[in-house]
Structures are given as structure tokens and as C-alpha cells.
Design a protein around this ligand. Structure first.
Ligand SMILES: Cc1cc2nc3c(=O)[nH]c(=O)nc-3n(C[C@H](O)[C@H](O)[C@H](O)COP(=O)(O)OP(=O)(O)OC[C@H]3O[C@@H](n4cnc5c(N)ncnc54)[C@H](O)[C@@H]3O)c2cc1C
Length: 454
């Protein structure tokens, strides 16, 4: 099918020419995400793009598009806001990009605190609307302002709030997901309870998410605080004590080793030359107690200010999680990152081993988070100064050798991304919901390997 024929067919399906695009500049823009965070993916994915973009505004339209594409063996890659880091929504085999940003309704917040919404809704809208009635997001990525709920569920893992509520896959935060299947006659399937794990964090490879039930938590009055410490280990241990001790009500506990704070150009007033910075979102009634604890630990509080929602200025979460890497890359494009998890018991040894071997080629950036067993662990997105692919892979291998978990953000497939299930639940779901392997082809490589060896 030529692009012109495809364009005409999609306009007819949607009944609206304004929501189908084959203009190269638009196609290019809506085919890309933040893949360039990785120097390796930048090279691999630069020339990949869709053939055409379709922008549905209702589930019926998604059904019509999926059925048409399945009958004609045309790949579909679903797109939320395109803030993913690993080229998750970059189509490897052309076809249609389904831009879900028009499906952005917040349908309800139930009396027991569950947001019911369409996938293209921005997370910031839920946070703002929920806080008006006493609820807030349990967790969100630092891309809160832009990222969509569907993209977060299909591509993200956790973020601000995870120190208290774990990751997306934990503690029934995602109550239910409705998907449209990729079949000649698409079905609408409701996944509830444990069944959500069939499609959660699957990069849109085994179902098109069209509706979400997302559990919230009672809202808290938060204060954002920054504390500077002379020494990295001292700072880390202070942050660890706050993160682990359940007497503190917190939403974020982050540690930035110097010189990372020097990369945060707009908030230099909260940093101190040469010092490690700890950033904490703490329940406002606890701020005076936090000041005292920081003083006892030789920390210097450099800022304390109220959080009033996504419009807070400065919004300190803009410097945390994977925003830290962005600020580093602005200072020097050679900085890149890995996604790691240190051992709660052996972390100080692990830091020392990495420092001894790699010096300042690795800078420690810690994000404490609760794991699925309820234990708070030092998650981490360390910065790595890129020289060669071999050196980066060697560093990842060494981390694993010394017991540091690594989810490799320099690969473009699910299996090495740290969230692929060994029980092959997601792979089996693909056989049920996308038997031809047309959704985001190439990203769940075990499906294609399996097909090739049959
Ligand atoms: C600066 C920066 C900071 C970040 N910080 C964090 C962080 O703190 N925590 C975190 O988890 N992530 C983080 N990320 C990654 C990313 O921002 C989040 O995962 C975000 O939630 C993705 O949302 P999105 O709408 O942009 O998704 P997209 O990038 O558009 O899509 C992500 C994946 O989901 C799929 N998808 C999108 N919508 C659907 C749908 N309706 N149905 C099926 N599949 C779908 C896409 O195909 C793609 O594979 C960060 C990224 C950047 C650039």
C-alpha cells in the first residue's frame, strides 16, 4: 500500500483529515522520544520513523484503526507524550504511529480514590485535580508535566512517591487496564488485579491501552527541602535514615554527589560548592524536626519551601529521577547514565569499589524507593561519562559482578530493560492480544525469536 493510499484509508476511518499526518516533519517529530539520552541508541535509532501518524480521540476509533492495520499487516506503534528514554515509542518497522494525546479525559475520581481516565491524559492533570479533593498521585515520573498516564504504565516504572508507595507494579496501584487487541476483529479486554501485569511496562507490544483505573493516596501538605553535606557517605547515610524510618512522612529522598548539583543551573542558590546535596519532600509539619536531624548530622539546610502542586516554583522534582541526567547532558553532552539498584547492606562497599575502579567517570545519584516486599532500597540513576560502548558495557558488567542490579537503558528491547518477567506472562499475552506481532515490532525480541524458530 502506498503512503497516499494509506493516508486516504486512515482519513476515511477517522472521518477527519486533520488527525492523519504524513508530512515528513510531523512524522519525524511524532516518531521520536528521548532516545538520544543514550549515545548508543542515538546512533541506532536516528533514521527510524513511522510512515504515517493517526490521532484517535475515542476507543471506537482505536478499534477501527487496529482492525484495519491487522487485516493489512501494518505495524502500529502507540505514542503517549514521547518522553520515554529508550526509543520505546520509536517505530522500528515504519507503519502507523498512534498518537494517543487526544484521548485525554479524566472521567472520574471515585470516592475511594481511584482515578479513571483515558491513556493520553497528562499525569499533572490528575495530580492537580486530585489534590483539589484531598487525593494525590501515589507516584509519578519527574516528567509529570508532560507524560501521559498510558505512557507511564506502558513505559515507566516509578518516581516521586516510590519511596513510600513502591513502583508502578507494586501494591495494587494500577487497579485495572482496558486494552484493544491487535486482531482483524479487535476485542476490548478488561484486565483487573494480577492480570494487569500482562501489559504493564510492555512498551505497547501486546495491547493498546484505552482506559485506566489508577489508585491515588490521601493528599499531604509537602515541603521541599535541600540539605548540603561535606561528605557523600555522610549525606547518603542521613538520607538513608530518613528514607528507611517510617516515622518520617516523605515523598522523595534523593542524593546528588558533587559535582552533580553544579549542573542544576536554575537553582544554584540551593547548592553549595563542593558539597553533596540531599533533596527531600517531607510532610510540612515535620520540617522543623528534619532541620534538627540534619543539623545533628552536620547537614546545612539550604532551602525549604512549600509544594503547591505541579506549578510550584522552583519545582525541585525537576532535578530528580531521570531529569538529573538531562541537566548533566546540558552541562556536558558526554554524560549519560545507567539505572541501578544498590544493595541496602553492601552499598557503601559497592560505592567504594566503583569509585576505586572508575574514579569520577561515575557520579552517584541515589533515589530511595520501596520495593515490592515493602523494604526501602537505594535505587540509583548514576551518571556515567561516556567514552566508548565497550567501556560502558564493561562498567555495567562490573556493577552486576559486585551485586549492583542494572536495568540497561542503552538497549531498545524489553528483555534487558529490567522489567521483563521471567514467567513469560507478557510474552504469552502477546500471543493472545497481538498474534501477528504487529504492535511496536522489534521491542519484545523473544516473541520474534520464537516465531523465527518455529
Ligand atoms: C527527563 C526525563 C525524566 C524521566 N523520569 C522518569 C521517572 O522519574 N520515572 C519513570 O518511570 N520514567 C521516567 N522517564 C521516562 C518517561 O518520561 C516516563 O516513563 C513517562 O511516564 C512516559 O510517558 P509518555 O507519555 O511520554 O510515554 P511514551 O514515551 O509516549 O511511551 C512510552 C511507552 O509506552 C507505550 N505507550 C504509550 N501509550 C500507550 C498506550 N495507550 N497503550 C500501549 N502502549 C502505550 C509506547 O509505545 C512506549 O513504548 C523520564 C524521561 C525523561 C526524558
Amino acid at each position: 500500500m502506498t503512503t497516499d493510499t494509506l493516508h486516504r484509508a486512515l482519513v476515511e476511518l477517522l472521518g477527519d483529515a486533520a488527525r492523519v499526518h504524513s508530512t515528513p516533519a510531523i512524522v519525524e517529530r511524532l516518531s521520536k522520544d528521548f532516545y538520544w539520552y543514550s549515545p548508543i541508541l542515538k546512533r541506532q535509532l536516528e533514521d527510524k520513523r513511522a510512515e504515517i501518524i493517526a490521532q484517535p480521540v475515542a476507543t471506537d476509533e482505536v478499534i477501527a484503526l487496529a482492525g484495519f492495520a491487522a487485516r493489512n499487516q501494518i505495524p502500529i506503534t502507540v505514542r503517549g507524550a514521547g518522553t520515554g528514554n529508550y526509543g520505546q515509542c520509536i517505530p522500528l518497522a515504519g507503519g502507523i504511529v498512534l498518537d494517543m494525546s487526544g484521548m485525554d479525559k479524566l472521567e472520574a475520581i471515585t470516592p475511594d480514590g481511584v482515578a479513571v481516565c483515558q491513556p493520553g491524559l497528562r499525569l499533572a492533570v490528575i495530580e492537580t485535580e486530585a489534590r483539589k479533593i484531598g487525593w494525590e498521585l501515589r507516584m509519578y515520573p519527574s516528567t509529570l508535566a508532560k507524560a501521559s498516564v498510558g505512557g507511564f504504565l506502558a513505559g515507566g516504572s516509578g518516581g516521586i512517591g516510590s519511596v513510600a508507595h513502591g513502583g508502578l507494579r507494586d501494591f495494587d496501584t494500577v487497579r485495572a487496564i482496558e486494552i484493544v487487541t491487535m486482531e482483524a476483529e479487535p476485542r476490548v479486554v478488561l484486565l483487573e488485579g494480577a492480570a494487569i501485569h500482562e501489559v504493564l511496562h510492555c512498551w505497547g507490544t501486546n495491547g493498546i491501552i484505552t482506559r485506566i483505573w489508577f489508585a491515588l493516596t490521601p493528599a499531604v501538605d509537602w515541603t521541599q527541602a535541600t540539605i548540603a553535606f561535606e561528605d557523600y557517605e555522610q549525606a547518603f547515610l542521613f538520607a538513608k535514615s530518613v528514607a528507611e524510618d517510617s516515622c518520617w512522612t516523605k515523598r522523595l529522598v534523593t542524593v546528588f554527589e558533587w559535582p552533580i548539583p553544579s549542573f542544576f543551573a536554575p537553582i544554584q542558590q540551593v547548592t553549595v560548592e563542593g558539597k553533596t546535596l540531599v533533596l527531600i519532600m517531607i510532610a510540612s509539619p515535620q520540617i522543623e524536626r528534619l532541620r534538627e536531624a540534619a543539623k545533628t548530622a552536620n547537614g546545612q539546610v539550604t532551602f525549604a519551601g512549600e509544594y503547591i502542586g505541579p506549578r510550584t516554583q522552583p519545582l525541585l522534582s525537576d532535578y530528580t529521577w531521570n531529569h538529573t541526567t538531562l541537566w548533566a547532558m546540558k552541562a556536558d553532552p558526554k554524560w549519560t547514565y545507567i539505572q541501578a539498584g544498590f544493595s541496602p547492606e553492601r552499598c557503601l562497599d559497592q560505592f567504594r569499589l566503583l569509585r576505586a575502579r572508575y574514579g569520577n567517570e561515575i557520579l552517584f545519584h541515589i533515589e530511595f524507593m520501596k520495593n515490592g516486599q515493602g523494604v526501602v532500597v537505594p535505587g540509583s540513576i548514576p551518571l556515567v561519562y561516556f567514552t566508548t560502548e565497550e567501556r560502558l558495557n564493561e562498567l555495567i558488567a562490573y556493577c552486576r559482578e559486585i551485586g549492583v542490579f542494572v536495568a540497561n537503558p542503552h538497549v531498545n528491547y524489553l528483555e534487558d530493560s529490567g522489567r521483563f518477567r521471567s514467567d513469560s506472562l507478557q510474552l504469552q499475552a502477546r500471543h493472545k492480544y497481538d498474534p501477528q506481532g504487529l504492535l511496536n515490532p522489534g521491542k519484545m525480541i523473544s516473541f520474534h525469536t520464537e516465531a523465527a524458530t518455529k
